[in-house]
Write a protein that binds this ligand. Structure first.
Ligand code: BG6
Length: 489
């Protein structure tokens, strides 16, 4: 599909996200011929660069962050698209200068006034920036306009609603593209295809055939240099409110009537409407939180969370959350959805494990006298693929049963990075894999009582050693399941 010409206005153009992810993603689009002739990128930030100096900086960033290197002819096409104008996001005059600059660029390139704004900046500036865009007329254009922002969208339901009010006084809901980068991952997008393009899964995809669902997203990294953000967020707000619930929605949603953005998002949001809400006093029965202490990962000693730079010595911030969720609708009544996510765990991995019910009567057993369940494992990261675990007879024996895996995997290197795909979608006006306000608001309403229980210490803060799979209490959550948490590879 040919993209309509437009100006991509990038706030925070000299920042870390722009360097590491956004420019490399735009470069890849250029390389693949997916950028239209007329697209211009106007970067803005506080630093006083000229366009020339900024182009040099982008080139350096690409050299560092594009894995396969920067090709000269691609750069020669990409560089002339890039412009820079310095500006401060709390200065109205700077917004007026930016507006004039954008108009100049548009007049030279015949842009039809299509504008895409990306706010790659501290979230506290989102609301005000949207209001300035409106006030100075930047958002007032004869073409289309779109606004891209990335989490955190508020800190709780109330602050998210306030932010949304500010954004929606300048942009309509369908013009706001809220990034959840998990929705840009190849295998997260593939969940829909696996479910709705294979007649063998759909008839089994409910509480009659499925015993439980487990979703794990584990990381080996600690808090790194992000303590000032993470201390106010913790794993609950950082991962559960968004990425983990998105994966729950994709796994549990009903088939959409058509493959249209709103039809898909309508079905996703219904999952959140059916998600059983926990009152603050119930949280302890269903949710476990933990914080890592010093330990070892991959043979290397690492400090505990409390020793990390920027972390308060008595911090109660959780670096691990596990929870047992229920979706109280006809399809899923009674099926636990277990989620867990944490930092400083033994491996970096994201997997969704669908565990099927046992046979009504076991005729066969393995050598330990058990029969393992059937599993469908969707592997999101770092391997992209899936496998089905089944039981077969061990060759040469009468009836010794062994589990085998039928596996499909693809090289993650071939898949576009999440940002590349999401920027491309936003340029095309396709918001299917962006989050709608009702998803964000319902996710906050679910998370808020849990956050209160954490803040009021009504739920114990367990510890786990760096390099372990979270605290023991997380294993107790799944104790009625034979396999506990499924091991990851
Ligand atoms: C981000 C969180 O949204 O997702 C980070 O803020 C986390 O704390 C990251 O490390 C994980 O993403 P991925 O793609 O590496 O699984």
């Amino acid at each position: 599909r040919q993209l309509p010409p437009h100006v991509f206005v990038l706030f925070g153009a000299t920042g870390d996200l722009a360097h590491r992810k956004l420019f490399p993603a735009l470069y890849q689009l250029e390389k693949k011929g997916l950028m239209p002739e007329g697209l211009s990128i106007v970067g803005t930030a506080r630093r006083d660069y000229t366009t020339e100096a900024f182009r040099d900086e982008v080139h350096k960033a690409l050299l560092s962050f594009v894995k396969e290197g920067v090709e000269d002819d691609v750069w020669a096409r990409f560089a002339p698209r890039i412009f820079y104008v310095p500006g401060n996001v709390d200065n109205e005059d700077d917004f007026r200068k930016l507006h004039q600059f954008v108009l100049d660029v548009e007049s030279k390139k015949d842009h039809e006034g299509n504008r895409l704004f990306y706010l790659s900046m501290a979230p506290r500036f989102f609301g005000e920036t949207a209001l300035y865009l409106k006030k100075v007329g930047l958002a007032d254009t004869k073409g289309w306009r779109r606004l891209i922002i990335e989490k955190p969208f508020g800190h709780d339901y109330k602050s998210a609603a306030e932010l949304n009010d500010q954004l929606s006084s300048a942009f309509a809901e369908e013009e706001i593209y809220r990034i959840d980068h998990y929705l840009g991952k190849e295998m997260v997008q593939n969940i829909e295809v696996i479910r709705f393009a294979n007649s063998m899964f759909e008839p089994l995809w409910d509480n009659r055939s499925i015993a439980s669902v487990q979703i794990t997203s584990s990381e080996t990294v600690g808090v790194e240099d992000r303590a000032s953000y993470y201390e106010t967020s913790g794993a609950l707000r950082d991962m559960v409110q968004n990425h983990m619930l998105q994966m729950v929605m994709m796994t549990a949603m009903e088939p959409p009537s058509r493959l249209h953005t709103e039809a898909i998002r309508d079905e996703k949001v219904k999952v959140l409407r059916s998600l059983r809400a926990y009152k603050e006093e119930e949280v302890g029965q269903y949710v476990v939180r933990g914080q890592y202490t010093a330990g070892e990962i991959g043979g290397k000693a690492v400090p505990g969370y409390l020793e990390e730079p920027g972390v308060a010595p008595d911090s109660k911030t959780e670096t691990f959350v596990a929870a047992k969720l229920f979706i109280d609708n006809f399809r899923w009544a009674g099926v636990p959805f277990y989620i867990r996510t944490g930092k400083r765990m033994p491996v970096k991995s994201t997997e969704i494990v669908i565990q099927f019910r046992n046979m009504p009567k076991h005729l066969y057993f393995n050598q330990d006298g058990n029969l393992g369940p059937n599993l469908l494992v969707i592997r999101i990261n770092p391997v992209e693929g899936m496998y089905m675990q089944m039981n077969v007879k061990r060759p040469g024996t009468d009836n010794v049963v062994v589990p085998i895996a039928m596996e499909f995997s693809q090289s993650a290197d071939k898949s576009p990075e999440a940002y590349e795909r999401l920027l491309h979608d936003a340029m095309h006006g396709d918001s299917t894999f962006f989050t709608r306000w009702d998803e964000v608001s319902l996710a906050w309403k679910f998370v808020d009582p849990i956050a209160h229980a954490f803040a009021n210490n009504t739920v114990p803060l367990h510890t786990y050693k760096a390099g372990e799979w979270g605290p023991k209490a997380a294993h107790d959550l799944v104790k009625e399941q034979p396999g506990l948490w499924w091991p990851l590879y």
